[in-house]
Write a protein that binds this ligand. Structure first.
Ligand code: PEP
Ligand code: MG
Length: 939
């Protein structure tokens, strides 16, 4: 294609989240070279609204695309399903013909107040003509009718959240044509009743129960278990009853005009973008509401025409473990959603090799072809119609974190991906799953039942039987396990609220399994030994009754359902994760440190790959039960002598803490922050003291005891502040009571000397908190240097150390150039910096208004979780630049909670910080995020 200037420039559209190549295009026709790939492995957690590539002039405004016209790079316009159907069609795979109505059209539908935009239905009708020609059938024909499915298809995969209608095009007349053309009236009328049921549900919002009750009644009457055994006369009777249900509930007859059916179905699928479960899902995965869904209209193929037909879902590798083996389920003589709906328990795919060996072989080849084509594990839907295989969908399969890591490493070994590509595939938040707990096998377990191990990890909670209650109990602070015969997309809020999910029906690809895996929640599925009686509010497994509110434990890795609570073990790293992390270390520029204030945490962090401690909060060492009385004595001391006496007692304790931490971090830098919180935090709570005082008045306590308490109350009152977070804390304490910092510095250097004597290399860094003015740091640095000299004496030269400051007060960031004169390093305390930049109390904002702000899009994210790059970030950039302009070698890092969050890590990398520091369990995640940052924005 030539640009207007006649010159063609090629460029790549790369997913801004995972770096996946979306398309190679003529750069003259795209506004920007970034997009969102919509891969399930991509940060579905964080897609943002993007400008879309502009289609070529001739195609601009085109709202209906035949499968032959699209390709996989058009997900934003055609949705994931439409783009992949197009890609497969063009790759020569057996895809039933059809077309896609764009997400643009969906947005136009909403802008037009919920009406199909002008001219769209004519475009749909003419697209349908082409499908009729290919299929040699006619829509609405009484002899050989074309039937279509109408399916939603969003940009980011939202499994089961929106609606689908199958068998569209059947009416009282065409059903006869289908019956005689196929010679299978039983099948034809089954299709018709399915259509009326789905249509009633999706278009007229009639609950499925109204139809299901009628069907169950008829099956009972005929003593039939399975739908496939219902005779044609019974279907005809049921169909009439279903039509009455529609008329009764919707006040209109079921439309006999097939074009009216189509019109209503397209509108209903657009509408389903805004149903409750889709909204909940979008919120949970941060998918923009404005994206809209595409609609795919595809000619039907039938898996329910007899025993040479079937339908199934297949993963090219095991989505739970990442193992290289076909993995999936199928049902013979079944249609559409039967496999995922969990109504019949399907058979494992390996069995298809015996039942339909040729089809199985074709599936093996198709799976390999699709995996190689998409360079990723695929989740494929297929149908077999009269011995012929059709592929209805492929998409990158949702996977557990364990599988994601294994796949990334194996794809590199199999030369499907480069290390860099594999690294960018990892959704770092997903890695949290790997840090999931497991059952402690040393414990005696009362296993109640065993189901399918649908999503790994272990969870303990109280049993609830419905999604609303799960949400309600979880809101009130309870941990719940959702137990249900099966889940449907309507239960999404319950799944989100639950610690884990147990279902008695449905397979590994059932709704509960897919959704729980995506969320990283333990799930046990198809556990038929569990008999649920919601009326009685209980389930029975063997001879044990488990009532609502009883505690159970799920082991999603083995499928076990265990009575009561069980000790859970912390996870260990797999070889593949180890490999991936090594690759990440070779790539990344940012160093990763940890926030740790005990030798145990330091050792754990080191085992996860920490390259030092970025923040050791010393106040945590003051809080233990044995130390608190001494700390309180120090705070409450009436004179310097008493205070020093208390500090003398604390000193050896602090020294031994530091020795432990230095030893655990041997050879690596350890940043110790001197005392930060306001002193009243170490004293008893005022309300408790007043209660005690009340009680004493009644009890016969001694006068001495009473006056001691009165004195304590007076002192606590003295230390109370209206705004303690903005009060006497951090270096402000160190300046007014220098003995405290002095004691801490003495303890640090004595610990250094003690360890050096043992041959342990120590790299101490002393950090002053809450500096806002250069003179504060100047004074505190003098105190540290002086004290160090006193302790080290002639050994000073042998103990190199650094003194730096936290930058957590906006004024410190603004005057960083001055502050840098006295600092060897800056560590951005983004918790306080966010608090003070926004003026939001970090203790209150989340509970009071921040959630509302985020829900109502006043803020796009909670700034205490994801760094506000526009405001707080600006201060950081300014501070780094002005600090380094005064002191070129100035070391910089971040130690607020943001140090373990992916987007914030990207920002730190781009701003040129030397390190991020985060909690021990976030370290693997941070190592990979830092590598991704380097790959996307190399520095
Ligand atoms: C911070 O403010 O970001 C910080 C790390 O310090 P703290 O959370 O202890 O106040
Ligand atoms: Mg702070």
């Amino acid at each position: 294609m030539q640009s207007s200037s006649g010159e063609m420039k090629l460029g790549s559209i790369v997913c801004q989240y995972c770096g996946e190549l979306i398309d190679t295009v003529d750069t003259n026709r795209v506004k920007i070279l970034y997009g969102v790939c919509g891969l399930s492995t991509c940060s579905v957690n964080n897609p943002k609204e993007m400008e879309q590539p502009l289609p070529p002039q001739a195609e601009q405004g085109k709202r209906v695309w035949h499968f032959q016209e699209g390709h996989a790079g058009m997900k934003t316009l055609l949705g994931g399903k439409g783009a992949n159907l197009a890609e497969m069609t063009n790759a020569g795979l057996p895809v039933p013909p059809g077309f896609t109505i764009t997400t643009d059209a969906c947005r136009a539908y909403y802008s037009a107040g919920g009406k199909l935009p002008e001219g769209l239905f004519d475009e749909i009708r003419s697209a349908l003509v082409k499908v009729e020609q290919t299929k040699k059938q006619k829509f609405g024909d009484s002899l050989n009718p074309l039937l279509v499915s109408v399916r939603s298809g969003s940009v980011n995969s939202m499994p089961g959240m929106m609606d689908t209608i199958l068998n569209l095009g059947l009416n009282d007349n065409t059903v006869k044509g289908l019956a005689s053309h196929t010679g299978n009236p039983q099948f034809a009328y089954d299709c018709y009743r399915r259509l009326i049921q789905m249509f009633g549900n999706v278009v007229f919002d009639i609950e499925g129960i109204h139809f299901e009750t009628l069907l169950h009644r008829k099956k009972n009457e005929l003593a039939i278990d399975e739908d496939k055994d219902v005779p044609v006369e019974a279907w005809i009777e049921i169909i009439e009853k279903f039509k009455e249900v529609i008329e009764w509930r919707a006040n209109v007859p079921f439309p006999q005009d097939v074009y009216e059916q189509l019109h209503l179905a397209v509108e209903a699928v657009f509408r389903s973008w805004n149903n409750q479960r889709a909204n909940v899902y979008r919120k949970a995965y941060n998918i923009p509401d404005s994206q809209g869904t595409a609609v795919n209209i595809q000619s039907m193929v039938f898996g329910n025409m007899g025993d040479d037909c079937g339908t199934g879902v297949l993963f090219t590798r095991n989505p739970s473990t990442g193992e290289k083996a076909l993995y999936g389920e199928y049902l013979i003589n079944a249609q559409g959603e039967d496999v995922v709906a969990g109504i019949r328990t399907p058979l494992p795919i390996a069995k298809l090799n015996q039942e339909m060996p040729e089809i199985y072989e074709q599936l093996v080849q198709t799976a390999a072809k699709l995996e190689a084509h998409y360079k990723d594990m695929q989740d494929i839907e297929f149908t077999v119609e009269k011995g012929k295989l059709f592929i209805l969908q492929t998409r990158n399969g949702k996977r557990t974190a364990q599988a994601a890591v294994k796949l990334a490493v194996h794809f590199v070994h199999e030369r499907i991906l480069t290390i860099e590509e594999a690294m960018l595939r990892i959704d770092v938040e997903h890695l949290n799953q790997l840090l999931h707990r497991a059952i402690d096998e040393d414990e005696k377990l009362q296993v109640l039942a065993v189901g399918l191990p649908a999503s790994p990890g272990a969870a303990t909670g109280q049993v609830v039987f419905d999604a609303d209650k799960a949400e309600e109990w979880s809101r009130s602070g309870k941990r719940v396990v959702l137990v249900s015969s099966e889940t449907s997309p309507e239960d999404i809020h319950g799944v989100i609220a639950a610690e884990g999910v147990l279902t008695s029906r449905g397979g590994m690809t059932s709704h509960a399994a897919v959704v729980a895996r995506g969320m990283g929640k333990p799930c046990v599925c198809g556990c038929e030994e569990v008999r649920i009686d919601t009326g009685e509010g209980q389930f029975i497994a063997g001879d044990v009754k488990v009532r609502e509110g009883d505690w159970i434990t799920l082991d999603g890795s083995t499928g076990r359902v265990i009575a009561g609570t069980v000790t859970l073990k912390e996870p260990e790293m797999s070889d593949e994760l180890g490999q991936l992390l090594k690759w990440a270390d070779d790539i990344r520029a940012l160093k990763i440190r940890t926030n740790a204030d005990s030798p145990e945490d330091a050792a754990k962090a080191r085992s996860f790959g920490a390259e030092g401690i970025g923040l050791c909060r010393t106040e945590h060492m003051f809080m233990s039960a044995s130390r608190l009385p001494v700390v309180q004595a120090m705070i409450l001391a009436d004179n310097l002598k008493d205070r020093k006496a208390a500090l003398d007692q604390l000193l050896p304790m602090q020294q031994s803490d530091f020795e432990g931490i230095f030893a655990a971090m041997e050879g690596l830098p350890v940043t110790i922050r001197l005392l930060d919180p306001p002193l009243h935090e170490f004293l008893p709570n005022m309300e408790e003291l007043l209660l005690r005082q009340e009680r004493m008045k009644k009890d016969a306590d001694t006068i001495d005891e009473r006056s001691a308490l009165d004195q304590l109350i007076r002192k606590v009152r003295n230390l109370q502040e209206m705004n303690p977070m903005l009060g006497w804390r951090g270096c402000r304490l160190g300046i007014l009571i220098p003995e405290i910092y002095q004691m801490q510095v003495i303890a640090i250097f004595r610990a250094v000397l003690a360890l050096q004597k043992k041959g342990v290399q120590v790299v101490p860094e002393i950090m002053i908190p809450l500096v806002g003015h250069v003179n504060e740091l100047k004074a505190m640095r003098e105190l540290v240097d002086r004290t160090a000299e006193d302790v080290l004496g002639t050994l000073k030269e042998q103990v190199p150390y650094q003194v730096g400051t936290m930058i957590e007060v906006p004024r410190a960031a603004l005057t960083a150039g001055q502050i840098a004169q006295y600092a060897d390093f800056f560590s951005f305390g983004t918790n306080d910096l966010t608090q003070m930049t926004f003026g939001y109390s970090r203790d209150d904002a989340e509970g009071k208004f921040l959630t509302h702000y985020v829900e109502h899009h006043i803020l796009s994210q909670n700034p205490f979780q994801v760094l506000d790059t526009e405001g707080v970030g600006l201060l950081i950039e300014w501070a780094v630049e002005s600090g380094r302009s005064k002191k070129p070698g100035l070391k910089t890092g971040i130690c607020g909670e943001h140090g373990g969050e992916k987007d914030s890590i990207f920002f730190c990398h781009q701003t040129g910080l030397d390190y991020v520091s985060c909690s021990p369990f976030r370290i693997p995640l941070a190592r990979i995020a830092a590598a991704q940052a380097q790959l996307i924005h190399s520095r």
